[in-house]
Every structure is written in structure tokens, then in C-alpha cells.
Write a protein that binds this ligand. Structure first.
Ligand code: KG4
Ligand code: ZN
Length: 335
């Protein structure tokens, strides 16, 4: 089965074709970084307007890259939520139009489940069950994954997502948007032990909290002024280390609590080199296996949506009809 899917939940407008199975045939991702850069974050109205401009071009390009025409597509997939409602609406309506006009089935999928499913594009046999950490600009969640559509939320952030904290602190430091990558780059030459940042929430709790950590960075800048030169690198490295440390500790604790031997880290922040390094080395010590999708499949993309949609359609999940709606607060498949 060849499946074309669309991702437009936030600021990436993407389409991809997979099949048979989770084999990527072609993808096109149109980023909106230059549009949102001056604001230091995604402006929802600008995002949805740009999706309208790009969606048809992106679909055509993905098909061209796959060397296929619409007539050769057997089914469609789309991120139905969660995300920005205006952005989601563009993708969902484009997918419904394709499905209806071509007479092929459509499935709407959950954005976080798609992030977790990205690993199957590289490793189709990655075994269930495993412990998933989805860490992005909008989410930081620990999830027990027992199979496609069999997900159980263990914990999540009580306030900011890890990516949001990285983005906001990068803006505070005058670094380029999106901040996660800028912090990683600035941290390269820095000493992660030079500034002391808190590790919220301490103890055995598995919930995350990043807003206090973000405030600690802001208070420090207010008191001591903006770090420059080597001090900026030290600041970025120390802040990144605090975020990474918390993510790694809680993920490993959750894997142990759930008695799971495999960890899967997904979402935009999973592209972070320091997170990959620390997670790998600490998990190895605990005899746990860790997987990360390729960095380009960690940030928002349609290949992950297509791979998950193909899994739903091939396992015979009832297809959506024209009533499929975008849902900004879409709940887990098991909820
Ligand atoms: O998954 P994603 O593309 O969109 C959401 O679903 O939120 O994640 C975007 C987030 C942003 O906060 C961005 O700064 C962060 O992922 N990010 C990174 C890196 N690449 C992207 N954070 C740290 N290190 C990176 N290399
Ligand atoms: Zn995402």
C-alpha cells in the first residue's frame, strides 16, 4: 500500500509518500523559520496563512520525488491533532479533498504517536513494548508504547515543554530562532558545570517542569547581565545540561518503573546531540537499549505521519470520512 500523508500541525508544511510499509519514497518539508524568526516563536495566524500558500506545492513535490501520480496512491493520512487549530485545518481539509476526489481511504493520526512511529522508517522491526519520550517545542511526555494505537501516558510536563524552554532562553540570550539548535551550537565550546541551574522536579516523581528552570536563567541574566563570549558558551552548555539531565533521569526511571528494556526518544529536541550522547551512555550503564530517529525525522515531518497512517490502514483500522475534523487538543488513541 502506498500512502501519502500531510503534516501541518505547527510551522512545518510537509507531505510524504511511503510504501509498501514504512519505506519513504519521497518527502517535501517547507519550513517557516524565516517567517517566525523576528518574533522568536511561532505566530499561529502567520503559520496557517503560509500553510494555505504552500500545501498544494508541497504535495506535488512529494509525489514528484516519489516518482508517482495521485492515481498510484492507495490511501491518505494526516495529522488530526494536537497542534495549532488554524494550521491543522489546512492539512486536514487538503487530505479530505484528496481522499474524496480520488476515492481512497483516509486516516487521521495523533501527532505524538507519529513522532514515536518515526523510528520505524529506519528500523521496521523495532520491538514493542518500549518506553517513549516525546520531547519537542509543544510536548514533553513519557509514554508506554505497546503497539500501534496502544499507548499509555505515564507523565508529562506540568508547564513548559523542554523545547519551549530552550527556545525562550535562546531568545533571552540573543541567539537565533529556533533556539534549541542555537543553544546546542553555543554550548559546543562551553563548560556545562560553570553555571548551577536547578533540576526540577527532584525526587521520584516522573512529571516534568521547565518553567522554573527558564525563570532561573532569566533571573541570572537580570542579576549578572547578558553573558558574552566564552561566558555565553558556558551559560548555554549549563542550561542545556540541566534540561538533558532531567530528561534522561526521568526517562530511565520511567523505563525501570514500567519494567521496559527499550527506550525510544522522539520529537524535535531528540535531535539534540548532547541529549543523544547522555541518554545513550546512561542507559547503557543500566542495560537499556536506546533508539533515536535520524535528526531530520525528529523535527516535524510528514514521513512519520505517512508511516503511522500506513500502519493504521494496513491493520484495517476504520478509515475516517469527510467528518474528520482537526482537533487542537486531540487525546491519546487509548484515552
Ligand atoms: O517536533 P518539533 O519540530 O515541533 C513540535 O512538535 O513542537 O520540535 C521543535 C522543537 C523546538 O523547540 C526546537 O528548538 C527543538 O525542537 N529542536 C532542538 C534541536 N532541534 C530542534 N532542540 C535542541 N537541540 C536541537 N538540535
Ligand atoms: Zn512535533
Amino acid at each position: 500500500m502506498r500512502v501519502l500523508a500531510i503534516e501541518s500541525s505547527c510551522d512545518e508544511c510537509a507531505a510524504a509518500v511511503v510504501g509498501p510499509g514504512p519505506i519513504l519514497l519521497g518527502q517535501q518539508v517547507a519550513t517557516q523559520i524565516p517567517i517566525h524568526s523576528p518574533y522568536g516563536g511561532v505566530v499561529p495566524e502567520l503559520a496557517s496563512r503560509d500553510h494555505i500558500r504552500k500545501i498544494v506545492i508541497v504535495i506535488e513535490k512529494a509525489l514528484e520525488r516519489a516518482g508517482l501520480t495521485l492515481a498510484q496512491i492507495d490511501g491518505y493520512g494526516v495529522t488530526a491533532g494536537p497542534g495549532l487549530i488554524g494550521s491543522l485545518l489546512i492539512g486536514v481539509n487538503a487530505a479530505k479533498a484528496l481522499s474524496w476526489s480520488q476515492g481512497r481511504p483516509l486516516v487521521g493520526v495523533h501527532h505524538l504517536e507519529a513522532h514515536l512511529h518515526a523510528i520505524y522508517l529506519a528500523e521496521p522491526d523495532f520491538a514493542y513494548p518500549h518506553l517513549g519520550l516525546v520531547v519537542s517545542g509543544g510536548h514533553t511526555s513519557l509514554i508506554r508504547v505497546d503497539g500501534v494505537s496502544k499507548l499509555h501516558l505515564i507523565s508529562r510536563t506540568l508547564d513548559d515543554a523542554a523545547g519551549e524552554a530552550l527556545d525562550k532562553v535562546a531568545t533571552l540570550l540573543g541567539l537565533a530562532y529556533p533556539g534549541g539548535v542555537s543553544i546546542q551550537q553555543a554550548a559546543e565550546g562551553g563548560d556545562p558545570k560553570s553555571f548551577r541551574f536547578p533540576r526540577p522536579i527532584p525526587g521520584k516523581r516522573l512529571d516534568f517542569s521547565f518553567s522554573g528552570l527558564k525563570t532561573a536563567a532569566a533571573v541570572r541574566v537580570k542579576k549578572e547581565g547578558l553573558p558574552v563570549g566564552p561566558a555565553l558558551c558556558d551559560f548555554a552548555a549549563s542550561f542545556q545540561e540541566a534540561v538533558v539531565d532531567v530528561l534522561v533521569k526521568k526517562t530511565i526511571a520511567a523505563a525501570q518503573q514500567e519494567n521496559l528494556k527499550r527506550i525510544l526518544v522522539a520529537g524535535g529536541v531528540a535531535a539534540n546531540l548532547r541529549l543523544r550522547q547522555v541518554m545513550q551512555s546512561r542507559a547503557e550503564k543500566m542495560d537499556l537499549e536506546v533508539r533515536f530517529p535520524a535528526p531530520s525525522l525528529c523535527t516535524d515531518n510528514a514521513a512519520m505521519v505517512a508511516a503511522l497512517s500506513a500502519a493504521y490502514l494496513t491493520k484495517g483500522a476504520p478509515p475516517a470520512d469527510l467528518c474528520l475534523d482537526a482537533n487542537a487538543g486531540l487525546r491519546w488513541p487509548d484515552a
